[in-house]
Design a protein around this ligand. Structure first.
Ligand code: LIP
Length: 264
């Protein structure tokens, strides 16, 4: 049982994500320089500054907690608390000014997600959740959709930066689901994609080769909104998964079957 009130942890996550979003929105108006972490994997000064301000705010309240952050990696301590940070999810979109990126902060206790804050930008929508207490957008409770058939659904997916075997497999899944649904979107920021399923704007999201910081906060927001979170085989999973499937309650088993049939 966490001895720190989840509300207190969430307050710090929200404070940190708001400070980071102010910095990012200011940088959005200015010319951006980016470096390559891989062929198409970009990092900007804004990613690094956002991460710095988030970690400083967390450390000011919880100096002994562990941190896993996209740009500076893992800082472990004896603590059972772990903060999982994506300081700028959707960096490529940010660099091009494409309107889907955000800040994602998840708080874990003994490997279990207990509090999450995600700010979607440039709309500045704040998504939050506390374990067992529901999920909210701008303070209003959110729920996954009731769409009950795949052909009536709208889905989202993403592609990693490595164009290897899984990338090819996902191109096949993208084609398959585009063929049998009302459409599949590829927007470029996993944390935002997961919030869109949590509030019922989309009915399912899946992705290969996703990183813990991309999905660490979104998992709790989705679960508290009534979504089912698993790997592609339907097995319960966590942020260290290789592949993630997130759907509303009605579509999960059908999606697992479609993915299995298509990949085999
Ligand atoms: C992005 C993810 C997205 C994925 C991209 C990239 P980043 O994270 O949010 O879902 O498709 O390849 O990994 O690099 O912008 O933080």
């Amino acid at each position: 049982m966490s001895h720190i009130k989840s509300e207190k942890l969430l307050d710090v996550a929200v404070e940190a994500s708001l400070a980071a979003s102010d910095l990012i929105m200011e940088a959005l108006q200015k010319p951006k320089t980016s470096n390559h972490k891989g062929t198409t994997d970009l990092v900007t000064a804004t990613d690094l500054e956002s991460e710095k301000i988030i970690k400083a705010i967390i450390k000011a309240s919880f100096s002994d907690h562990s941190v896993l952050a996209e740009e500076t990696g893992k800082e472990t301590s004896e603590s059972n608390y772990l903060w999982v940070i994506d300081p700028l999810d959707g960096t490529t979109n940010f660099v091009h000014g494409y309107p889907s990126f955000g800040v994602s902060i998840g708080v874990y206790f003994n490997r279990e997600p207990i509090a999450s804050a995600i700010i979607e930008m440039p709309t500045l929508k704040l998504y939050t959740a506390i374990k067992g207490k529901g999920a909210f957008c701008e303070g209003k409770e959110i729920h996954a959709s009731k769409t009950s058939s795949i052909q009536d659904s709208l889905m989202v997916t993403g592609f990693g930066y490595e164009h290897g075997e899984n990338w090819e497999k996902n191109m096949g899944l993208f084609r398959h689901f585009t063929d049998i649904t009302q459409g599949v979107r590829r927007l470029g920021a996993a944390a935002i994609d997961m919030c869109h399923v949590a509030c019922g704007k989309a009915d399912a999201y899946w992705e290969y080769d996703i990183k813990p910081w991309d999905i660490g906060a979104g998992i709790l927001i989705a679960k508290e909104a009534g979504c089912v979170v698993s790997d592609f085989t339907g097995k319960n999973t966590d942020m260290y998964t290789d592949n993630i499937l997130l759907t509303n309650e009605a579509l999960h088993s059908e999606m697992v079957k479609e993915i299995k049939d298509h990949l085999n």
